[in-house]
Design a protein around this ligand. Structure first.
Ligand code: AVJ
Length: 323
């Protein structure tokens, strides 16, 4: 197979399967039950997430797109970046705005994702759209220390971490994660972070519990993934979708609430998990930030905020920082 771009895979073949097994075993034997949001995104889950981005209750995705449309040129001007490293690149939709502002001719674009399929799909499209781009697809797990491929003459780098994915880390994990990024940044490099901001409780809970039930289906898709990947026997009808605001941790929790007491077999793990009547399992945490809080977290991680752009109703912020 020939590719018009470099592909580096630093993950072992069994990375996904092992990480899934470890997280589900730990998460469903702990108290409270709590698992990583990573497992939502099989083909169906990714499709449902795309639907979520179009929901009236979920302004996050569109707010970030709007901010990038307004400020990508400014980001390009301030950074002078000749390489763009995107963490969790997925479909690379928003990256295109930054790529075009930076000028794709000769630009190094390092797409980092755990999904080989997402990398190949987005990669094939990018090299078609931008013939002069130098694309490096890196299959890696950015929650582990990141080693970037050696890039000759790559100029100032812009590391982009968009979509408020930072909010999937808990507060205690964000510090080490941000410090890890600072450690691989050189003085001329920049970090661009997209972060969803605190709103009214009603707006925030509705964003994770839409009227059409798309988010409920997204949440329950986890059960289908576990049934298929781990030979489990979850009945999606035996759980209710729940969206709650946890003010002390400043995050939304998506949960699955057991409708009655039940025992679920997860054969691949040789595990039977008991759920009590109305017991709630946390399936995702999605932190919401204040602009001051965000600046402070960056400062604590040794990063310097150079610019912060928020949309007109301050629902979302983009922050540009240096090491
Ligand atoms: C992709 C992590 C930003 O937390 O808002 C959307 C995922 N979960 N609806 C988020 C999600 C439920 C999303 N992130």
């Amino acid at each position: 197979e020939t590719r018009a771009y470099a592909y580096t895979d630093v993950l072992e073949a069994e990375h996904y399967a092992k990480a899934l097994r470890a997280d589900i075993r730990d998460g469903l034997t702990g108290v409270p039950k709590s698992t990583a949001p990573t497992w939502f995104y099989d083909a169906r889950g990714s499709e449902l997430f795309e639907e979520i981005t179009q929901l009236p209750e979920y302004p996050l995705w569109r707010a970030e797109l709007g901010l990038l449309q307004l400020h990508a040129r400014d980001v390009a001007g301030r950074t002078g970046a000749r390489s763009l490293v995107e963490l969790g690149s997925g479909s690379s939709t928003k990256s295109k705005l930054i790529i075009e502002a930076l000028d794709p001719a000769g630009l190094h674009y390092v797409a980092v994702d755990v999904s080989a399929d997402a990398l190949h799909e987005a990669g094939a499209q990018l090299v078609r759209d931008y013939p002069g781009i130098r694309l490096h697809a890196l299959r890696a797990d950015f929650t582990a220390p990141l080693v970037l491929p050696a890039l000759p003459e790559d100029g100032p780098r812009l590391i982009a971490f968009l979509g408020s994915t930072l909010g999937n880390f808990r507060r205690s994990a964000r510090g080490p994660f941000l410090r890890g990024l600072r450690d691989i940044m050189r003085p001329e490099d920049f970090l661009l972070i997209g972060a969803d901001l605190v709103k009214t409780e009603q707006e925030m809970t509705a964003a994770y519990d839409d009227a059409q039930g798309v988010t409920a289906e997204f949440n329950k898709n986890l059960l289908h993934v576990l049934n298929r990947e781990l030979d489990a026997d979850f009945d999606p009808d035996a759980f209710d979708h729940v969206s709650v605001w946890n003010s002390s941790e400043s995050h939304i929790e998506m949960r699955l609430r057991s409708r009655f007491e039940q025992l679920v077999k997860i054969r691949e793990l040789d595990l039977a998990v008991r759920f009590g009547d109305a017991e709630e399992w946390i399936t995702e945490r999605s932190a919401k930030f204040t602009t001051d809080g965000l600046r402070e977290e960056l400062t604590d991680a040794g990063l310097r905020t150079q610019q912060l752009w928020a949309d007109s109703d301050a629902g979302f912020a983009l922050v540009l920082a240096t090491a």
